[in-house]
Design a protein around this ligand. Structure first.
Ligand code: UFG
Length: 329
C-alpha cells in the first residue's frame, strides 16, 4: 500500500485537493495541526493525524504506517498582515519547520514534494502577466518565508535528489460545487468571502481598499483561480513528478484579471442583493495588478482551468457561505 501525505489537508486548498485525489482513487493521509484547519473539512474515512510537521517521530510513524511515497505540503500560516507584525513567527512556522520536515522526509526516503508557494514572492511586479522568471522581491515576510523554501529545494535536489514542484498561487477562491466545503478563515481578510458576508448581513458593508489605482476602474486587479482548478494543479504536479519531469516553479492562475469592483458587481448580480459598498483607503502593500503568466503550467502539466470564471467562482462560494454562515462551527 502506498499513500500521498497531505499536510494542511484540513485547510481550504488542502481539503479540496484531498477530495479530488479520493475521486481519482488515490490513497491519502492527512496531517494537520488544526491551528487554522477544520477537522470537519476532511471526510471521516480519510486517515487523519492531528499534529505538527515538525514532530519528527509522528511524521516517521505516518510515513512508515501508510507507505508515504510523496507529499503535498500545504501546512503554513498565510496571513500577509500578521506576517508584517510577527515576521519571526512566519520564518519559524513556514520556513524553519518546512526545512526540518523535508529533511526528515529525505531521511525516510520520501523524495517527491509539491509545495504551496505564492504570488507574494514577486512583490511589486515589473511585468504583468508575471512570468516565473521575473525577479522575486517579496514585500512581506509571508512571501519571503515561501521564497526561502523554494530556494532551499534547489540545493536539496542537488545534494539528495529531492524532486519538487513549487506552485505559486495567485488568488484562490470559490468552494466545492455542492457547497459542502469552502473557505473558513478566522479572521477573514479575503475579498470574496467578505463580500458574501456583507451580502448575508454578517458585515455592514464591503470596504473597497483604494479606488485610485492605475486600472480601468481605479480598483486593484487580481487573477482569481477556483480552488477546484488549483487543487487539480496539485494532482497534475504529483503525476508529473512520477513521470520524472524537471523540478521547478509554476504559476497557478488563469492569466486573466478582474478588478475589485467587477467582483463586487458580479456578486450583487448573482446573489440578487444590493451589497453595501464603502470606499476606503488603500491597504498597504497591495500592487495594482497581479496576473499570472500561465503558459508554463498549461504546457508542462496540461492544466486547463474549468471553474475559474467569475460566475462559477462566486456562485459556488455563495452556496458555501449561505449554507455555512459560521464556517465549520
Ligand atoms: N480587498 C478589498 N476589500 C477587502 C478585502 C480585499 O478591497 O475587504 C481588495 C484588496 O485590496 C485586493 C483584492 O481585494 O486588491 C484581493 O484581496 P485579497 O485579500 O482577497 O487577496 P490578496 O490579493 O491580497 O492576497 C492573495 C493571497 C495571499 C497572497 C497574495 C499575494 O490571498 O495569500 O495574494 O499578493 F500572499
Amino acid at each position: 500500500m502506498s499513500s500521498i501525505l497531505i499536510t494542511g489537508g484540513a485547510g481550504y486548498i488542502g481539503s479540496h485537493t484531498v477530495r479530488i485525489l479520493r475521486e481519482k482513487s488515490v490513497q491519502v493521509v492527512v496531517l494537520d495541526s488544526l491551528v487554522t484547519g477544520h477537522r470537519k473539512a476532511v471526510p471521516e474515512e480519510v486517515p487523519f493525524y492531528q499534529g505538527d510537521i515538525s514532530d519528527v517521530g509522528l511524521v516517521r510513524n505516518i510515513v512508515e504506517t501508510h507507505g508515504v511515497e510523496a507529499v503535498i505540503h500545504f501546512a503554513a500560516l498565510s496571513l500577509v498582515g500578521e506576517s508584517m507584525s510577527k515576521p519571526d513567527l512566519y520564518f519559524y512556522e513556514n520556513t524553519a519547520k518546512t526545512n526540518l520536515f523535508v529533511s526528515n522526509l529525505l531521511q525516510l526516503g520520501v523524495k517527491k514534494i509539491v509545495f504551496s508557494s505564492t504570488a507574494a514572492v514577486y512583490g511589486l511586479p515589473e511585468i504583468v502577466p508575471i512570468p516565473e522568471e521575473s525577479p522575486t522581491n517579496p514585500i512581506n515576510p509571508y512571501g519571503l518565508s515561501k521564497l526561502m523554501i523554494e530556494a532551499s529545494f534547489r540545493w536539496l535536489e542537488k545534494a539528495y535528489g529531492l524532486k519538487w514542484v513549487a506552485l505559486r498561487y495567485f488568488n484562490a477562491v470559490g468552494a466545492s460545487l455542492d457547497g459542502s466545503i469552502g473557505e473558513a478563515h478566522w479572521p477573514e481578510t479575503h475579498l470574496i468571502p467578505l463580500v458574501l458576508k456583507a451580502a448575508l448581513g454578517q458585515r455592514d458593508a464591503i470596504q473597497v481598499f483604494g479606488t485610485d489605482y492605475n486600472t480601468m476602474d481605479g480598483t486593484c486587479i487580481r487573477d482569481y483561480i477556483h480552488v477546484l482548478d488549483l487543487a487539480e494543479a496539485h494532482v497534475l504536479a504529483l503525476e508529473a513528478l512520477d513521470h520524472q519531469i524537471k523540478s521547478g516553479i509554476f504559476n497557478v492562475g488563469t492569466g486573466e484579471g478582474f478588478s475589485v469592483l467587477q467582483v463586487i458587481n458580479t456578486a450583487k448580480k448573482l446573489t440578487g442583493i444590493d451589497i453595501p459598498v464603502v470606499e476606503a483607503a488603500r491597504r498597504s502593500g497591495d500592487p495594482d495588478r497581479l496576473i499570472a503568466k500561465v503558459n508554463k503550467i498549461e504546457k508542462t502539466f496540461g492544466l486547463r482551468t474549468r471553474y475559474s470564471d467569475l460566475e462559477t467562482i462566486i456562485s459556488s462560494a455563495w452556496k458555501w457561505h449561505r449554507n455555512n454562515s459560521n464556517g465549520y462551527d
